[in-house]
Design a protein around this ligand. Structure first.
Ligand SMILES: Cc1cc2nc3c(=O)[nH]c(=O)nc-3n(C[C@H](O)[C@H](O)[C@H](O)COP(=O)(O)O)c2cc1C
Length: 139
């Protein structure tokens, strides 16, 4: 198994309906390929982790990379993992403002927060987000 984590910029601010449509397609296709993960949307910036079999993750990522709804796609991490960080989510989603994001970043840089394994720091960030904000995961 592997994961890929990236950030990108929406070509324009997306409406809730557009995000919902994007998620419906993404979740259906992810389920078919047994891919799980988390998508965070913050004021025009996407941050996403996808995880699953190597071939499936690459297939989904190739489609994402070609998507004209975002640009400046920067792959931050691409590595093997032994187990999933988001086993229950075909694609967890949260739309947050930058203040919330800063709170999470602040929590992560605290010395109490030890990260283990070979996940990229942003994967831990998104995992922390899902674990601590279950109620806020929208849609
Ligand atoms: C920010 C962003 C995240 C996306 N995440 C996924 C995803 O997790 N899974 C997925 O199948 N498609 C995702 N998509 C949509 C894909 O780019 C693509 O439209 C979709 O996979 C359908 O591709 P197809 O018509 O070639 O099958 C995402 C698109 C964007 C812009």
């Amino acid at each position: 198994m592997k994961y890929i984590v990236y950030v990108s910029t929406a070509v324009r601010l997306l409406t809730e309906l557009e995000l919902l449509e994007l998620l419906n397609v993404a979740r259906d296709k992810n389920k078919k390929h047994n891919v799980t993960g988390m998508l965070l949307y913050c004021e025009g910036t996407f941050m996403q982790v996808i995880e699953g079999d190597e071939a499936s993750v690459d297939l989904i990522y190739n489609a994402i990379e070609r998507d004209v709804r975002h640009k400046n796609i920067i792959k931050l991490g691409n590595d093997k993992i032994d187990q999933r960080n988001f086993p229950d989510w075909s694609m967890a989603f949260a739309s947050v403002n930058s203040e919330t994001l800063q709170e999470i970043e602040g929590y992560l840089s605290s010395p109490l927060n030890n990260s283990t394994g070979n996940e990229h720091i942003t994967v831990n960030m998104l995992k922390t987000f899902v674990d601590s904000n279950k109620l806020y995961i929208s849609f």
